[in-house]
Design a protein around this ligand. Structure first.
Ligand code: NAD
Length: 493
């Protein structure tokens, strides 16, 4: 595996244009953005700095493709064939895509390989397979009428995704959107656009008609805003921060009331009861649950709630695991954890650490920059104990390798702490008591509750948040609702 990784890491990356109408084109104004690799802080290549002119161009092309019907009016069986070919091509180019993505965003390659190309291919295959098995309805009306409930594509979907897993999260939106016949304009994250551009080329190669999938790279405040405000975009599917999520709702209100589907952040509680089946395993999985991809995971278990009677022992076990993690070159298979995605994000993480200390948190390990001599952005995983509910670290998402540990006494206390943030994305409970597990599932306000594990997921189950973690669902058949409208046909007999 390392040989193949090294082969792709040595490949030069050509300057990138936009992908509109099945072709690579420069930004209308010709502006460029540097792509910095977090591995060494050097310029990897440039991407086009698209803005509202390019968004207008891409949306017009996407609309034209939708109206022409070369995709939207085809049989589901045809779309299934093309999307299956698309998934095959992603698998064929999996290592190339994974390494390109890691050079762009710093995720450790072992994780990136599975979570990015392989998961994107699995997602596209899932919706390809699903789409010719979804039926409309005949409503139970009176005998003198026939009422059909039909599902139709929305039209042009704007997709905006973050930098942590652009292929996986992009596929969660692109796949159901395309399977249901929509056209798509995607705005990748400005600091990690490369793998999505390559993905769109593979879609063309698979036979997706020109103009159905378009990619406009550029900044959020320009290209992203233009997509959010566009009068001819029917829906925005977004994953990212709450700040930008709020802006997208505002843009929709100020433009055409387009649908907005938001997957936002989290401050997810991972709750360990004294009767957890295997405390060593719980500590190992909890460390992985927060520190994989340097904590840059929306469902990261960033608040660890431990029952008082096992608190000291459990914290010791966890620290011994965390301090043994090997942080370094994400393209070296021996690294457990790779780089922080950008200089900006690294500084943000270090500021969170400083603030947590000022607010009285006790740091047991990590929290400092590592390997500065490489020019890359590395950070030692930080663990804070005795974190109080009111502290910033207990309330705000860091989106970096910083864990807040809190102590609880009984079940009621655990529930109170678990729900004491504005977020509600993920959670976990570790216990051998079936009743405790079921009560915790019911009382935790989160889109997913894991029991005796952390972070398990599959394309067959929906993902999305409660409270300020957003609304709407990615993944599973439920995601088809986000990209279709129901139409009733009322027929007098
Ligand atoms: P971000 O919100 O800053 O950016 C996300 C995307 O929005 C980027 O493509 C960016 O260019 C674009 N954007 C920025 N400003 C915009 C604007 N004014 N109008 C339109 N688009 C704009 O988030 P990020 O820093 O890329 O990612 C981290 C955040 O994403 C975290 O809060 C994390 O929790 C969240 N996230 C959530 C999930 C989930 O499934 N719930 C998954 C991954 C990440």
């Amino acid at each position: 595996m390392q040989l193949e990784i090294d082969h792709y890491r040595r490949m030069p990356v050509a300057p990138q244009g936009l992908f509109i109408g099945g072709r690579t084109v420069p930004a209308a104004r010709g502006a460029l953005l540097d792509t910095i690799s977090p591995i060494d802080g050097r310029v990897l290549t440039t991407i086009a700095d698209g803005d509202s002119a390019d968004i207008h161009h891409a949306v017009a092309v996407a609309r034209e493709a939708f109206e022409r019907g070369g995709w939207s009016h085809t049989a589901p069986a045809h779309r299934k064939k093309v999307l299956s070919r698309f998934a095959d091509l992603i698998e064929k180019h999996a290592m190339e895509l994974a390494v390109l993505g890691v050079r762009d965003n710093g995720t450790e390659i072992g994780m990136a390989y599975k979570a990015e190309p392989l998961s994107a291919a699995a997602t596209i295959r899932y919706y390809a397979e699903a789409i010719d098995k979804v039926y409309g309805e005949v409503a139970p009306t009176a005998p003198q009428t026939l009422a059909l409930v039909l599902r139709e594509p929305l039209g042009v979907i704007g997709v905006i995704v973050p930098w942590n897993f652009p292929l996986m999260i992009g596929a969660w939106k692109i796949a159901p959107a395309l399977a249901t016949g929509n056209s798509v304009v995607i705005k990748p994250p400005e600091i990690a656009s490369l793998s999505l551009l390559r993905l769109a080329q593979l879609a063309s190669e698979a036979g997706l008609p020109d103009g159905v999938l378009n990619v406009v790279t550029g900044r959020g405040a320009t290209a992203g805003e233009a997509l959010g405000l566009h009068l001819d975009v029917d829906a925005i599917a977004f994953t990212g921060s709450g700040v930008v999520g709020r802006r997208l709702l505002d843009y929709a209100g100020r433009s055409n009331l387009k649908r907005v589907h938001l997957e936002l952040g989290g401050k997810s509680p991972n709750i360990v009861f004294a009767d957890a089946p295997d405390l060593k395993e719980a500590a190992k999985v909890s460390a992985h649950g927060i520190f994989r991809n340097s904590g840059q995971v929306c469902v990261a278990g960033s608040r660890l709630l431990v029952q008082s009677s096992i608190y000291d022992k459990f914290v010791d076990e966890l620290i011994s695991i965390v301090t043994r993690l090997k942080i370094g070159d994400p393209l070296d298979v021996r690294s457990d954890v790779g780089a922080i995605s950008s200089d900006v994000q690294l500084r943000k993480n270090l500021d969170f650490v400083a603030q947590a200390e000022q607010e009285g948190g006790r740091r047991l390990c990590g929290g400092e920059r590592l390997h500065a001599e490489t020019g890359g952005y590395y950070m030692a995983p930080a663990v804070f104990v005795d974190v109080a509910t009111g502290m910033t670290l207990a309330q705000q998402e860091v989106f970096g390798p910083v864990l807040a540990i809190m102590r609880f006494d009984g079940e009621e206390d655990a529930v109170r702490l678990a729900n004491a943030t504005p977020y509600g994305l993920a959670s976990a409970v570790w216990t051998s008591n079936l009743s405790t597990a079921h009560r915790m599932i019911r009382s935790t306000r989160a889109g997913v509750v894991h029991v005796n594990t952390y972070g398990g997921a599959d394309i067959t189950v929906p993902l999305g948040g409660f409270k300020q973690s957003g609304f709407g669902r990615d993944k599973s058949l439920h995601a088809l609702d986000e990209y279709t409208d129901l139409k009733t046909a009322w027929i007098a007999l």
